[in-house]
Design a protein around this ligand. Structure first.
Ligand code: MG
Length: 437
């Protein structure tokens, strides 16, 4: 009998059995200390032509590790080098439990911050740390963020076609599979407004490819939505992405013309360099605005949300610094009555999709998430990839993010050479000048 149990016995306090006491002591002491033992960069094409970059953080506890993504299809090798040469040597030996502290320290250690590559690096580390914490707790990450605020995560589907007739049919197909929200782009990627290659008045010996024209866009898109609404009615929630293609005054005019079609939102009607026009749009019409796919700095969002001139913060979790950054943005949105609409897109990966999922499902400010489906080859490389059923996204329910990486399979499917250094591609106008994507 030790001194404590002796005193308890003398005082008439019931003595807890030894095993129960040990368990209670462990519960109040918390979990044993952990150290980051290894940091590995894993790249793969996902069995297709993706350029996926994952980070695996291995801890001192046997079998305990976390995974995150630094997905950036356009600066892939810069991200790989930043992870391997700058993050990994700094991170090894640190305490993986201190997510917020590590996030802040990694954020400031680059001195210049909030660039896309830096944020990808932060995101990969952050997601992997949340994955570790969830696995340690035996809970999905969303439980650590406050638990489910909804039963599943609704997504919007993508519809399109070469003309308005095909677009309407495509919307109907989406609705038939259970989606309630459908983004409609047609005529060309970016949603129309392109004068076909070789047509129209062109400079001699100049650019002859598809040329974007703002007036053509303003004319084409509203008419097509008029047709789609005539076919599908007003119950489906329709969305459209402008890809920052419009100048300020045309953005106002476009939104004014789209008002009758009761959009769920219009996305990125303006480029980040022209965000002050959103106030003018708000004065003219009440078309909901989703903004920020190419934002990387949180302060790009804050004035727009504070001034209540946008309705959805629309960015990629892996592009803004991971779950830690996304949950803070979601809280900020909640205070000001805005919502989140995390971006997915075709080149995105299953780890980022799940990172967004855990924030979405636990957040009051959630609005919608972009759909992203993955081929079977990607599901084999990344077991635990989320599933979309009837328009709703479901995580695996396993502890942590709920996903793993088969490293041997990833190695069999390497990224390979990136032709011309990669890049998003460049849209041009009739005179050959560059148009913002
Ligand atoms: Mg977009």
């Amino acid at each position: 009998m030790n001194r404590r149990t002796l005193l308890q016995t003398l005082a008439g306090i019931p003595v807890m059995p030894a095993a129960a006491q040990q368990q209670a002591d462990r519960a109040t002491r918390g979990l044993p200390p952990l150290t980051i033992k290894d940091v590995k960069v894993i790249t793969t094409n996902g069995g297709r032509r993706y350029r996926w970059v994952f980070l695996k953080i291995v801890t001192s506890e046997p079998g305990l590790y976390g995974v995150g993504t630094a997905n950036n299809s356009y600066q892939t090798h810069a991200v790989i080098a930043a992870l391997e040469k700058h993050l990994a040597p700094w991170l090894i030996g640190k305490d993986p439990d201190r997510i917020e502290d590590l996030w802040q320290a990694a954020h400031y250690k680059t001195y210049w911050r909030n660039g896309p590559v830096n944020n990808n690096v932060l995101a990969a580390m952050d997601m992997a740390l949340w994955d570790i914490k969830g696995k340690r707790a035996g809970m999905p990450v969303y439980e650590l963020l406050g638990g489910k605020a909804r039963d599943a995560v609704p997504c919007y589907d993508h519809a399109g076609g070469k003309d308005k007739e095909q677009a309407a049919e495509s919307v109907q197909k989406s609705l038939a599979t259970g989606y309630r929200h459908v983004r409609v782009q047609y005529g060309a990627y970016g949603g129309g407004g392109f004068i076909p290659a070789g047509q129209g008045s062109r400079p001699e010996n100049g650019y002859s490819g598809p040329a974007f024209d703002e007036d053509a866009y303003l004319d084409y898109v509203p008419k097509a939505f008029d047709y789609v609404r005539s076919k599908v009615g007003f119950e489906p929630k329709l969305l459209h992405d402008v890809h920052s293609h419009l100048s300020g005054i045309n953005a106002i005019e476009f939104c004014r013309r789209m008002q009758p079609y009761q959009m769920y939102f219009i996305e990125d009607v303006l480029a980040p360099e022209q965000i002050h026009w959103y106030k003018q749009i708000r004065h003219i019409c009440s078309v909901p605005q989703a903004v920020g796919e190419v934002f990387s700095h949180p302060y790009e969002f804050y004035p727009l949300i504070q001034d209540r001139v946008i309705d959805f913060a629309r960015c990629r979790v892996a592009a803004i610094g991971g779950i830690t950054a996304a949950k803070k943005l979601a809280h900020f949105c909640e205070y000001y009555g805005a919502k989140t609409a995390f971006q997915e897109g075709g080149e995105n990966d299953p780890v980022n999709q799940l990172a967004a999922y855990h924030v979405d499902i636990s957040s009051t400010a959630f609005g919608i998430q972009e759909e992203n489906g993955f081929p079977e080859s990607a599901r084999e490389i990344l077991p635990g990839t989320a599933e979309i059923r009837k328009g709703y996204l479901y995580g695996s329910g396993k502890p942590g993010l709920g996903i793993d990486i088969n490293e041997a399979l990833a190695a069999k499917n390497p990224i390979g050479n990136i032709a011309n250094g990669g890049g998003y591609g460049t849209d041009r106008a009739m005179d050959g000048s560059v148009v913002r994507p």
